[in-house]
Design a protein around this ligand. Structure first.
Ligand SMILES: C[S@@+](CC[C@H](N)C(=O)[O-])C[C@H]1O[C@@H](n2cnc3c(N)ncnc32)[C@H](O)[C@@H]1O
Length: 253
């Protein structure tokens, strides 16, 4: 789904990384090739991850956030990345092996059926992935199941302030290019609540920069193919937000 040729343009990756909120220092601290510029925010920078924590990354891609988290949790902690794509899991494992990471493991699986034990995780992170799922309520139910009571989920994701135009909503290509799968912000928050999470807060909300949308290679292709004028793209861009959400699984005695 995510072809190397389209994503590995280094200028694009660098600018996407900065927009996603990674500092130069963070980008230098992780293996080359771990950041493919696919994220929409850096949950690790905002997180409550502590030394010794067990961290789970939903849709870990090439491992960018797992490696950042690994540097925080240290030898006593563990970071688990789950991704459904063989290519991504292999790439992430290679990054870990070649760079001597011993506290990170990558498991192939779906975020709707996590290959993770119940009540075993302190912090869940996810960066621009849940919008791709066709069953978002199930993803949040699974996240709730695997969190320890007292654990926190911190996600960065795309959501909509208003419904997308029908021609884009129904487009499979739009879906795989991270737009058409996005749901409205209120629906997104409600799914988290329905899964059992409490203390849900939007800790960041920003519009996805129209220039970056226009420069994103796969979107560029889509826009040309569907003949979407730039003004329309900018209007749609204004309804897409990048959210950072924190939610807790509280301890109930
Ligand atoms: C936009 S990329 C983000 C990757 C990574 N989080 C980052 O910031 O670089 C989305 C990733 O989620 C994975 N993915 C999408 N849907 C998934 C699902 N239902 N279950 C597991 N992984 C999924 C894809 O294979 C891909 O690696």
């Amino acid at each position: 789904m995510f072809s190397k040729a389209n994503y590995l343009d280094s200028d694009f990756i660098q600018s996407a990384g900065k927009v996603a909120g990674y500092s130069d220092e963070e980008l230098k601290s992780i293996p080359d090739g771990a950041n493919l510029g696919l994220g929409c925010g850096n949950p690790v920078a905002l997180s409550l991850i502590k030394e010794g924590d067990v961290v789970l990354d939903l849709g870990s891609g090439a491992g960018v956030d797992c490696f950042l988290a690994s540097n925080i949790v240290g030898d006593k902690g563990l970071v688990i990345g789950v991704d459904m794509t063989t290519e991504m899991v292999e790439r992430a494992r290679e990054n870990a092996k070649n760079n001597g990471y011993r506290n990170v493991e990558f498991r192939q699986g779906e975020i709707e059926a996590l290959p993770v034990e119940s009540a075993s995780v302190d912090v869940i992170i996810s960066n621009c992935v849940i919008n791709l799922s066709t069953d978002k309520p199930r993803v949040f139910q699974e996240a709730y199941r695997v969190l320890k009571p007292g654990g926190t989920m911190l996600v960065s994701d795309m959501a909509l302030l208003e419904d997308l135009p029908d021609y884009l909503k129904g487009s499979v290509e739009g879906y795989v290019r991270c737009i058409a799968g996005a749901i409205r912000k209120d629906e997104y928050l409600e799914s988290i609540k329905q899964a059992g999470f409490e203390e849900i807060s939007v800790i960041g909300e920003s519009h996805f920069p129209a220039e970056l949308i226009a420069e994103q290679p796969l979107l560029k292709e889509l826009v040309t193919k569907m003949n979407i004028p730039m003004s329309e793209l900018q209007r749609i861009g204004g309804t897409v937000v990048s959210l950072k959400i924190a939610a807790k699984k509280l301890v109930h005695l």
